[in-house]
Design a binder for this molecule. Structure first.
Ligand code: NDP
Length: 447
């Protein structure tokens, strides 16, 4: 891939990029089918992504007519790579095999190695014969909604498509690699004022938060809404806080350390709850929840903002859902996209129906939502939450950090990019937005 990196570094013309040979193999981070039972008998937290994620050469697949090869300059770690690497709740090879049965092009994905990663920034190298809107040399970011656009169910909201998938999780050839194969309708323009790694960390988490809070497909927050945000300096939470502030809402951010509380205040979130300091015990034991602890959280929120949340941004799942349903304002909404602490959820339904609350399910974002979110990032209205950057060889270690909740915001990964800070072309916009704002998470992490 050196000749590709040299051409990108030298700002080669679209024609020169189009004429670059795409190598037969490339470097990628992957898990192996033969390893899916390696953690059997261990507790979830004992399963180490660094033991199951390998980095090595893989074969370059043939390009389908609606796809592009992208030279990946940088990528990011998402929680889905943690799930893939610890083979929970299921090994992801089942997803690849199902895709493999769909079509000739789908069959390429059903391999004994799963190349992971659902984010990326880079340069288009080649496009398939059916691609119209993108060409070699285009600088892009990639969103992870992988849809079959010949399926009628994909044509209202593509997240409702019967065979909608997440690229690099439910498909192969993901972004934690020097090269990726993506559908043309996953491509978006790279924010010109950001580096490769700053551009690579936003698409998955920011678009998820955008759909949950802004889109008419979920809650469509109003000015003045109080929004309780769990994990407010985490991957999706860090973007949720920014979206609520931009939209005239009042975020109440929950975090688990004073350090994170400090970061949250620097983001402009004034109402902060340190859940560790508060010591909430929503569960008395594995089977019994404690309503008095839900009430204590509700009281803490009222003390901070004077009222109950119109919206709860939910994703921890089993540990918090009972409390989330309880504290939501009468006729308010709980929007959920995950269940990190357990997916069998319990809440007291009386608090839901008697008070006319709603639970809305949300999952990633359609192309329109991802595009709108990318536009906000490109305008400098939403900042990347990149706190630290790793090399491709360190993907396992970085995934372990996320698995153990030892990170803030997003962790970036340099793929082809030889160092941090490259790829910025609009210096004037960067200066206008402000280095301090763009690098808040990274500076906080370094301090
Ligand atoms: P992160 O780990 O970056 O952040 C999650 C935060 O949640 C943590 O930092 C932690 O913050 C908080 N948290 C974790 N466990 C608990 C708990 N038991 N109780 C309260 N808070 C908790 O992950 P992401 O934000 O990237 O993702 C969060 C979840 O959302 C994951 O399960 C992920 O798979 C899922 N997800 C789903 C998407 C979709 O499209 N459906 C898209 C993106 C993510 P603190 O300790 O500071 O409180």
């Amino acid at each position: 891939m050196q000749h590709i990196l040299d051409a990108i570094s030298a700002d080669a013309s679209p024609d020169e990029i189009a004429n670059l040979a795409v190598p037969d193999t490339y470097r990628a981070a992957y898990v192996r089918r033969q390893d899916t039972e390696m953690f059997d008998g261990l507790e979830s937290w004992e399963k180490d992504p660094a033991k199951s994620i390998h980095v090595g050469e893989v074969a370059t697949p043939e390009l389908a007519p609606d796809e592009a090869y992208v030279a990946i300059m940088a990528s990011s770690i998402n929680f889905n790579t943690v799930w893939t690497s610890i083979f929970e709740p299921l090994p992801t090879f089942g997803f690849l095999d199902r895709l493999g049965r769909e079509s000739k092009w789908g069959a390429r994905h059903a391999l004994d190695q799963h190349i992971v990663g659902s984010d990326g920034s880079g340069v288009v190298l080649q496009v398939g014969s059916a691609v119209r809107n993108w060409k070699p040399g285009d600088r892009v970011t990639i969103h992870c909604n992988y849809v079959d656009d010949q399926d009628p169910s994909a044509h209202d909201d593509s997240m409702k498509a019967a065979n909608q998938r997440i690229w690099g999780f439910e498909t192969n050839f993901g972004g934690l690699a020097d090269l990726a194969v993506v559908k043309a309708n996953q491509l978006m323009p790279k924010p010109a004022h950001l580096s490769w790694e700053e551009s690579a960390v936003n698409a998955l988490c920011a678009s998820t938060s955008y759909r949950m809070l802004v889109s008419s497909n979920a809650v469509q927050m109003k000015q003045g809404d109080v929004v309780l945000i769990w994990g407010a300096t985490g991957g999706i939470g860090g973007y949720a806080v920014q979206l609520v502030l931009n939209g005239g809402g009042i975020p109440v951010g929950v975090v688990s350390s004073e350090d994170k509380a400090d970061l949250l205040r620097q983001m402009g979130c004034e109402a902060v709850i340190n859940r560790k300091e508060k010591g909430y015990r929503f569960w008395k034991d594995d089977n019994t929840q404690d309503e008095s602890e839900w009430r204590r959280l509700g009281k803490d929120i009222r003390e901070l903002v004077g009222e109950d949340p119109d919206i709860v941004f939910e994703h921890p799942g089993r540990q918090t859902m009972g409390a989330s349903v309880y504290v939501t304002k009468r006729a308010g909404t709980i929007v959920t996209c995950a269940a990190t602490s357990g997916y069998t959820i319990e809440y007291d339904n009386r608090h839901l129906w008697m008070r006319l609350k709603r639970i809305i399910a949300s999952h990633f974002a359609n192309y329109d939502e991802a595009w709108n979110m990318n536009r906000l990032v490109s305008m400098g209205a939403i900042q990347p939450t990149l706190s630290a950057t790793y090399t491709l060889d360190q993907v396992g270690e970085a995934a372990r950090k996320i698995h153990h909740n030892e990170h803030e915001g997003k962790l970036g990964v340099l793929c082809l990019a030889p160092q941090e800070g490259l790829g910025i072309t609009d210096h004037a916009l960067r200066e206008k937005v402000g280095e301090d704002k763009i690098t808040l998470f990274a500076r906080h992490h370094a301090a």
